[in-house]
Design a binder for this molecule. Structure first.
Ligand code: AMP
Ligand code: MG
Length: 412
């Protein structure tokens, strides 16, 4: 929770998230588990690898037999056999002066403690081998259990499963894992002016933009987006649609109508939802000030401001951390950041946290990239399309000068 925001003076929702708990877990097969978050620790019940293996094509030997040998004074060893891939080497046991032919990944015979790579050996017609370079015990071998011993912690709870993690699990014979359920996020747009994207708006109307952006943001953050389309600015209809949406969703994102205007009903709707509880109306974040957070048990309801940039900033600052918290990752921003240098002054008022849309341009000679503001009203879309990320400016900071080193949060 502590690194919830890159800024000290951060969003008021931070402490409010403490009341929400991660979602229940479910078992999923490995093929469905990439990107999911482990809900319990995975401990190895076996040795990995299960037997000591060669990492080279060559000869399994007793290292002591190669001591002091060289190209001029090769060690002569008797070859007692070859270990076929996939065979256990149990029937082979090396006595002093003996070697066995082995391939990469082959099982080491008993009493062998090293492998000499084939490039430093000379095969003799007599069935002997000359070793031209000494090996130390353990050389060119992966020991049984060297990756994971019996009882070793392989992956900890809360890890997001990557391809290599899934590989390890299959190596241990674990074919399904418990992961946190993905939060189901209902998305609804409100506004009498809105029409669906596939319609031609009549004069005075505009197409719904937020439904599409928010659904993509939700999916990127690991949630499941459930589209509920558009609802007019009508308290009764909104209450009905929101109540119904909450039956199957963990989170509701209602964009539009979150201010205190005459046709803004989000606040009243959230207050009237069965078992609903208002947590906050308004945040000291710009853009995005009129955001709303409410809860219904462990479920959350967000009222997002309608302008595209405001909705997006509130999503990154508040919704995304809560989705991550639900998914077992902790209530953090989870955005990567880069160091950059301001290309211009960034004015900002004291008392609210500002998230300025910036574009980054690389500089010569390994200098940090330049961050240039792509200013524009919060309802404009083109600045968002041109921006690479957000430059946060803290509540206590009255703007930034030119040439200042800053951290820019990158859009994922
Ligand atoms: P509101 O938050 O309802 O006061 O809306 C603020 C501005 O955002 C208005 O210009 C709305 O037309 C616009 N807006 C609200 N919702 C959407 C949406 N889903 N897609 C595009 N623009 C929207
Ligand atoms: Mg509106």
């Amino acid at each position: 929770m502590n690194d919830f925001s890159p800024l000290k003076s951060s969003p008021d929702f931070n402490s409010l998230f403490a009341g929400f708990t991660p979602l229940a877990s479910e078992m999923v097969p490995l093929a469905m588990a990439r990107g999911r978050v482990l809900a319990s620790e995975v401990v190895s019940a076996e040795l990995l690898p299960p037997f000591s293996r060669s990492t080279m094509d060559g000869y399994a030997v007793r290292a002591a037999d190669t001591c002091g040998c060289s190209g001029l004074e090769a060690a002569h060893l008797t070859v007692i056999g070859a270990i076929a891939m996939g065979d256990s080497a149990q029937e082979l046991s090396l006595q002093p002066g003996q070697a066995a032919r082995i391939a990469t990944g082959g099982a080491l015979p008993e009493l062998a403690d090293a492998v000499v790579m084939v490039e430093v050996t000379r095969h003799q017609e007599t069935g002997a081998v000359e070793i031209c370079r000494p090996v130390a015990p353990g050389e060119n071998i992966i020991h049984a259990g060297e990756d994971y011993a019996h009882g070793a912690v392989v992956l900890s709870r809360g890890s997001r499963l990557r391809p290599q993690d899934l590989g390890v699990l299959s190596g241990l014979g674990i074919t399904s894992v418990p992961v946190y359920r993905r939060p189901r996020v209902a998305i609804l747009s409100t506004g009498d002016e809105l029409v669906p994207a596939d319609q031609t708006p009549s004069p005075g109307k505009i197409r719904d933009i937020n439904s599409t952006t928010l659904a993509a943001l939700v999916e990127e953050a690991g949630g499941i987006a459930i589209a509920h389309g558009i609802c007019g600015d009508d308290f009764d209809r909104l209450l009905k649609v929101c109540t119904k949406a909450m039956e199957e969703a963990d989170v509701l994102l209602l964009s539009g109508g979150s201010s205190r205007g005459q046709r803004d009903f989000t606040h009243q709707v959230f207050a009237a939802i069965p078992q609903g509880q208002m947590l906050s109306h308004g945040v000291s974040v710009r853009p995005g000030k009129p955001a709303i957070l409410a809860r219904q048990g462990n479920k959350s309801l967000f009222g997002l401001p309608g302008p595209a940039a405001s909705a997006m900033v509130i999503f990154y600052c508040f919704v995304r951390p809560l989705l991550r918290h639900y998914a077992g990752l902790g209530a953090t921003l989870g955005l990567s950041s880069v160091r950059a240098v301001t290309a211009q002054p960034f004015p900002s008022a004291i008392g609210r946290e500002e998230y300025v849309r910036v574009s980054l341009s690389p500089q010569e000679d390994g200098a940090l990239p330049l961050a240039t503001a792509v200013y524009g009203k919060s309802g404009l879309l083109s600045p968002l399309v041109r921006a690479d990320g957000l430059l946060p400016i803290g509540q206590e900071t009255e703007g930034l000068g030119r040439g200042i080193e800053v951290s820019v949060l990158l859009f994922p």
